[in-house]
Design a protein around this ligand. Structure first.
Ligand SMILES: O=P(O)(O)OP(=O)(O)OP(=O)(O)OC[C@H]1O[C@@H](n2cnc3c(O)ncnc32)[C@H](O)[C@@H]1O
Ligand SMILES: [Mg+2]
Length: 212
């Protein structure tokens, strides 16, 4: 069976990705299945840059195909912030709660509450070749947190079609419409092609016998 390493340390993402790919014939490993590996600096200017960096690095270091997700919240009234800095919005060691608090502070008094979650999924192999999938979903920033489910900014992200925040719906409901859900629906649709691509492009580990 094909092995793919999920190149993320985010437990919320990992849960959602594993659930959406559970019916496919792949073994999904995560970074914790391996010894300590260095952290990748997420210094790209776009979700695309960072997604590729995370997947290509994991694939190169571990020797398996790797799938990463770079995602974040893009808020109109904040000129697109927190964007690629979503995980570290309130500082390098910020928690989800710290980031949500900062977002509420920055949004105080803002009339335009529109925002979007964006996600780029990269699937890379050790040679550096990669495939990219994208998803986006639009909503509004609430005045205060609502709901206990999900992770990150979910309690502050109101999704008009549901009339609820992402933290007030189940993981399955969220994934049907979310940025990550949409990107992974594309992955799912193309899954056979992805497996063929891995088959053709993954470097083979041949065993050579040295004659003395
Ligand atoms: O880089 P990895 O290890 O995958 O984990 P991370 O948490 O650092 O992930 P990102 O760099 O992609 O930053 C994305 C941040 O955007 C937020 N985010 C992304 N998707 C979200 C979602 O579905 N719901 C709520 N917040 C989300 C959340 O705060 C994440 O920490
Ligand atoms: Mg990150």
């Amino acid at each position: 069976m094909n092995i793919i390493v999920l190149a993320t340390r985010n437990k919320g993402k990992t849960r959602e990705i594993r659930e959406l790919l559970k019916s496919f014939p792949i073994e999904i490993k995560n970074l914790d299945d391996f010894g300590p590996i260095p952290e990748v600096e997420e210094d790209g200017e776009t979700f695309d840059d960072n997604a590729y960096k995370k997947a290509a690095f994991a694939a190169r270091v571990l020797g398996y195909p790797a799938m990463s997700d770079d995602s974040g919240l893009v808020v109109t009234a904040l000129g697109g912030k927190p964007g690629v800095r979503s995980a570290r919005y309130a500082g390098e060691t910020a928690t989800d709660a710290d980031n949500c608090e900062k977002l509420l502070r920055e949004m105080k008094g803002k009339e335009d509450r529109s925002a979007a979650f964006e996600c780029v999924i990269s699937i890379a192999i050790p040679t550096g070749a990669a495939l990219t999938y994208e998803g986006r979903c639009e909503g509004e920033i609430l005045e205060s947190p609502q709901g206990e489910n999900g992770f990150g900014y979910d309690p502050l992200f109101f999704f008009p079609e549901f009339g609820k925040s992402f933290a007030e719906v189940s993981m399955a409901e969220k994934s049907r419409v979310s940025h990550r859900g949409k990107a992974l629906q594309e992955v799912a649709q193309e899954f056979d092609k992805i497996l063929d691509w891995l088959d053709i492009n993954m470097p083979r580990m041949e065993t050579f016998t040295c004659k003395s």
